[in-house]
Design a protein around this ligand. Structure first.
Ligand code: SF4
Ligand code: MG
Length: 327
C-alpha cells in the first residue's frame, strides 16, 4: 500500500477548549488509485491531509494518536531527516487557491525551474527547458513564450494547471489535491479535473482528492471516503455509493448535487450545520441533522459496519438506508 492512515486523531488546543478535528480516521490509497475524501467544511478532510503532509506539526494542531504509513513506514516515528525527504520528494499537494500559493513576483518559469535547481541540481538553463516541458504537459498553450509570464497574467484555470505542474515536477508517488477546482467556473473545473485524472493514470500516482462536491468525483475516483465531524461515516467503491448510499449523510450529499436535467427544481440540502468540534454531539454525531435518527442514535456511537467487501457505513440503520435507496 502506498499510503495508509490508521486511526488518526488530531486536536487543536484553542483558548475555549479542545477542538477534536480528526477522531480515528483510517483510509488507504495505492499506486494508480484515486481516493476521494468528501465532506462539508470542518469535517476533518483537510486536516487529515495536512497531517499526512506534515504541515500541521506545530501548535495549536497536534496529532494525538494513530499512524501514517507511507510505503509501510510510519511517518510519525521515522527520523526527521528521512521524513522530510519522503514528504519533499514523494508527496505533493495542490491547493484551491493558486494565486496565493504561487509567488507573484517570480515568473512561472522561474518557479517551476526552481524545483529542478534546488532538488535536482540542474543548471538554470536546463531547469527552464524542463519548466516548458511541464507546462506543455499540463496543456498550457504557447508554453515557450508564457514561461516568462507572471501568475497574475494567467486565468484561474491556467494557474491551477501551473499548480498541477509544480506538484508533478519531482514525480511524486502521491498527490493530495485539496478542493483543486472549487474556485473555478464549472466548465473549467471539468477540464482541470480531467487533466488531473489523466496525469494520475499516466504516471500511476496515488491521488487523494479532497472535495465537498460529490458531483466532481464520479468520473475520476475509485473509492470514496465520506467524513463527518472528524470521522469516516461511509467508505466504498465509487459506483456503490452512487448506486445506493448506505449512510443518511451520504444520501443527503448525493441529493444536493445540482443536476442539469432538473434545472429550476429546488435542491435538497442537508438541514442544519456541521457540529462545533469542541462539542461534538454524543452517539452518532450526525443525529441532530439526520432524518432517520432514533433514540439509539443519541445514545450509541455507531461503529463502521461492514456493508460488503471494501465497504463500510457508520450508521445503526445502514441496512434500511441501503434498502430505501434501492427502492
Ligand atoms: Fe442517522 Fe442514526 Fe444513522 Fe446516525 S446512526 S446516521 S443518526 S440513523
Ligand atoms: Mg478544507
Amino acid at each position: 500500500m502506498l499510503l495508509e492512515v490508521r486511526d488518526l486523531q488530531v486536536q487543536f488546543r484553542m483558548r475555549e477548549g479542545i477542538s477534536r478535528a480528526v477522531n480515528g480516521v483510517s483510509y488507504a490509497v495505492d499506486k494508480g488509485e484515486t481516493l476521494a475524501v468528501l465532506g462539508e467544511s470542518g469535517s476533518g478532510k483537510s486536516v487529515t491531509a495536512q497531517a499526512v503532509m506534515g504541515i500541521l506539526d506545530s501548535p495549536p494542531g497536534r496529532i494525538t494518536g494513530g499512524e501514517i504509513l507511507f510505503q509501510g513506514e510510519n511517518l510519525l516515528t521515522m527520523p526527521e531527516k528521512k521524513r522530510r525527504t519522503v514528504r519533499g520528494a514523494q508527496m505533493a499537494m495542490i491547493f484551491q487557491d493558486a494565486l496565493s500559493s504561487l509567488n507573484p513576483v517570480l515568473s512561472v518559469g522561474d518557479q517551476l525551474g526552481e524545483m529542478f535547481v534546488v532538488h535536482r541540481g540542474m543548471s538554470k538553463k536546463d531547469a527552464r527547458a524542463r519548466a516548458v516541458e511541464l507546462m506543455d504537459r499540463v496543456r498550457i498553450p504557447a508554453a515557450k513564450e508564457r514561461v516568462r509570464q507572471y501568475p497574475h497574467q494567467f486565468s484561474g484555470g491556467m494557474r491551477q494547471r501551473i499548480m498541477i505542474a509544480m506538484a508533478l515536477a519531482l514525480e511524486p508517488a502521491l498527490i493530495i489535491a485539496d478542493e483543486p477546482t472549487t474556485a473555478l467556473d464549472v466548465t473549467v473545473q471539468a477540464q482541470v479535473m480531467e487533466l488531473l485524472a489523466e496525469l494520475q493514470r499516466e504516471l500511476r500516482m496515488g491521488l487523494i482528492l479532497i472535495t465537498h462536491d460529490l458531483g466532481v468525483v464520479a468520473d475520476v475516483a475509485d473509492r470514496i471516503a465520506v467524513m463527518y465531524a472528524g470521522r469516516i461515516v461511509e467508505s466504498a467503491p465509487v459506483h456503490d455509493i452512487y448506486r445506493a448510499p448506505a449512510h443518511p449523510y451520504t444520501k443527503g450529499l448525493l441529493e444536493s448535487i445540482p443536476r442539469l436535467d432538473q434545472k429550476g427544481q429546488e435542491l435538497y440540502a442537508i438541514k442544519g450545520l456541521p457540529p462545533n468540534l469542541m462539542h461534538i454531539p454524543p452517539g452518532c454525531a450526525f443525529h441532530p441533522r439526520c432524518p432517520r435518527a432514533q433514540e439509539v442514535c443519541v445514545r450509541e456511537e455507531p461503529p463502521l459496519h461492514r456493508v460488503s467487501a471494501g465497504r463500510g457505513s457508520a450508521c445503526h440503520f445502514w441496512k434500511e438506508t441501503l434498502d430505501d435507496a434501492a427502492r
